[in-house]
Design a protein around this ligand. Sequence first.
Ligand code: SF4
Ligand code: SF4
Length: 218
Amino acid sequence: MGVLTEFLKGLKVTGATMIGTIFGNELVTTQYPKEKRKKPQRFHGRHVLNRYPDGMEKCIGCELCAGVCPAKCIYVRGKDNDPDNPISPGERYGYVYEINMLRCIFCGLCVEACPTEAITMTSLFEFSTTNRDDAIYTRETLLMDEQGNVPHMFPDDPLIDENELLTADGWVRATAPSGVAAYEGVQMWQSTPGPADWSPEPSQEEIDSRSSQEHEDG
Ligand code: SF4
Ligand code: SF4
């Protein structure tokens, strides 16, 4: 008898929930993509590379983001700024910047590691692709323009709300993954589209030898 009572009690709860759902009082279904739920402030979506209000790029090519990335999906190569025409306020700027979104786990550690808040995450998560190449985001894809607009690889995608790319969340060496010497000078993403000079950064020995040669030449 006790079991039957408990069973009926359970059935009553299930029935009440079912009726509430059918008549719309307790609907939890969101008609995505026509309707979108408001995302939490700290939502970790697609990355963006930011600029200062004067147009200078915030990235100084320090590679801290690449170093901290647990998925090893960031590739950065810095380049010295031309003093007469600097790209960033630092000594260097992010000459090559790539994120392999297929590897990214959206942990946000790159954002936390960045000393200049150059890399941030937005609220946009609609950026699925049909091929692997498109999942590798280059500097050209990530960098906001001088007016502060953030590009989307597929601007005609009906699923996207481009305003989400303007919503930043509330708030490590790829040239050699994990610092493995065997990768020094090896191009990481062989099929990356977009213009770039893929010449390897010189090794420390090469830099040292050049400076001592220059010192001797004097
Ligand atoms: S969010 Fe995490 S996994 Fe993705 S690029 Fe940043 S550090 Fe790497
Ligand atoms: S940590 Fe920031 S400044 Fe350094 S390379 Fe990454 S994005 Fe650029």
